[in-house]
Design a protein. Structure first.
Length: 497
């Protein structure tokens, strides 16, 4: 017998990226303070809100499966802050002719203590360096021998980047460059801790569709085409282990026709072993043929699969990044369609005026979420210079419920029944000077059990304080509902600890 097991971390319970035998649960370190909580949770599976959702202690309010009722509030995308040092790096090497969409893949490698970035410039192409706006308005035509390559950069802090001379791939009679591979288009690369084989630690997927693996992320095994997978894949492909599905998922692109017009579609494949893949299935298409879904890096966080959706405006020829989410990587929910999560600059020839393509995938730090992206200063099909840039979000700040402006009555969010799994409830919320958040606990039969003190300032994972010396410990293991009342505030998530 086996099940998805909860792994023990220093401060939280997180889903493991593998399946382990149930009898091995008892061999976890009993010195960890969360050990008892882990065993307790394992007895509760399936009692409320579905097994896959009890296997977490953090809940994003964008997850509609959580919500029973909303009043005087609406779900809106979060607000990013663009780093003042943007762009972080640009096309400054002879082989970096055109970053184009960058197709960046950024991780923080905790094992090695560095940031790593794989990105895909056109290494044979025309360059836009030094061109005026007037010159940019002439038609851009790529050369017949246009070629993309995969390059590699590292950073100690994620802000200042180095492009090391790797000596791996020849470009113009020299190997003094940071190219790791010539030819692949739209490569998604990540470090996979689910796979026990160290020779398959790094995984790549790119146009073809083709896959490869590596033990160091630099030198790769010969690429293999995914048999039976028929799709264009002319986008930023990405793949990841989906812990709630116990499978690898690949996100790619296919096309539909509307008359003589091509319509881009987000498509999905899956594999249990990263070798044998299912046929392509379309999972998302824009409702407006002028606003097409171009690419969508996907990742797992807090029980859901957010997607960073690149939207291409066919008329303006500009690209920005919006937010979507899925419970299962198959059914997608767009949040505030038409409203960017990472917007373009309004200033012509600014570093991200033309395009904003999110990298795969965000880097989660203790106090912020880093959204790296490929920016470019002019139009998608035009002469443009590209770069790696950075936008940040507050913790769990992808989207939140905001009190409706001009409404006197407070906003209300009531959750569906949940199981109390610990003695502390924490929330993440932005609260204006005259705003507040109040939490009430109700039984499954809607009997009020507790009421919190008012929270009157912006908080990050702040513990809720209860009136009348109430302790959530009294309800541990019980089914309950949470009622959030708020004014002049925006609530993103809650968690049990």
């Amino acid at each position: 017998m086996s099940l998805h097991c909860l792994a023990l971390d220093q401060t939280t319970l997180q889903i493991t990226l593998s399946r382990i035998p149930l009898d091995k649960v008892c061999h976890m370190k009993r010195t960890n303070v969360l050990y008892v909580t882990t065993l307790f949770l394992l007895t509760l599976l399936g009692k409320s809100y579905g097994q896959e959702n009890l296997l977490r202690n953090r809940f994003l309010l964008l997850d509609s499966r959580l919500i029973e009722k909303v009043q005087n509030a609406e779900l809106v995308v979060g607000t990013v802050e663009k780093h003042p040092g943007n762009p972080l790096f640009s096309e400054d090497k002879p082989w970096e002719k055109r970053f184009d969409n960058l197709y960046g893949n950024v991780i923080y490698d905790k094992e090695e203590g560095i940031y790593k970035c794989w990105y895909s410039p056109f290494i044979v192409d025309h360059s836009s360096q030094g061109m005026t706006l007037k010159e940019r308005n002439t038609p851009y035509e790529p050369p017949d021998d246009r070629e993309m390559g995969i390059c590699y950069a590292t950073s100690e802090d994620g802000i200042s980047w180095e492009k090391p001379n790797l000596g791996l791939v020849e470009f113009e009679s020299s190997k003094q460059n940071n190219i790791i591979w010539r030819g692949p288009h739209g490569a998604g690369i990540y470090k996979d801790w689910h796979d026990p084989d160290p020779d398959r630690r790094y995984k790549a997927i790119f146009q073809g569709l083709s896959i490869s693996v590596s033990n160091d992320g630099l030198e790769w095994q010969k690429a293999r085409q995914c048999e039976g997978v028929e799709t264009a894949g002319d986008t930023h492909n990405n793949t990841f282990w989906a812990p709630t599905l116990s499978t690898y998922v690949g996100i790619t692109r296919t096309w539909n026709r509307q008359g003589d017009r091509g319509i881009r579609q987000v498509a999905r494949i899956e594999s249990k072993d990263f070798n044998n893949w299912t046929p392509v299935e379309v999972v998302l298409q824009g409702s407006d043929p002028n606003l097409q879904t171009y690419a969508m890096p996907v990742f797992f966080h807090a029980g859901v699969y957010p997607g960073l959706l690149a939207v291409h405006d066919q008329k303006a020829d500009r690209v920005w990044t919006e937010l979507t989410w899925s419970p299962d990587t198959k059914h997608w929910n767009r949040i505030s369609p038409g409203t960017p999560l990472i917007p373009n600059s309004d200033k012509e020839l600014d570093y991200d005026y033309g395009c904003v393509y999110a990298c795969a995938t965000p880097v989660f730090l203790e106090n912020e979420i880093r959204l790296y992206y490929g920016g470019s200063d002019w139009l998608h099909f035009g002469w443009r210079n590209g770069n790696l840039s950075l936008a940040t979000l507050r913790l769990d700040g992808f989207a939140g419920y905001e009190h409706r402006e001009g409404v006197n009555q407070p906003g209300i969010i009531i959750t569906k029944p949940l199981t109390a799994v610990s003695k502390v409830l924490r929330i993440n919320a932005d609260i204006d000077r005259r705003g507040y958040v109040k939490v009430k606990i109700f039984s499954e039969k809607n009997q009020e059990l507790a009421e919190s003190e008012l929270v009157t300032r912006t908080v990050t994972d702040a513990p809720i304080r209860w009136k009348d010396q109430f302790s959530l410990e009294e309800l541990r293991g019980k089914i309950l509902k949470l009622n959030f009342e708020f004014k002049n505030a925006k609530i993103y998530s809650f968690s049990f600890e």
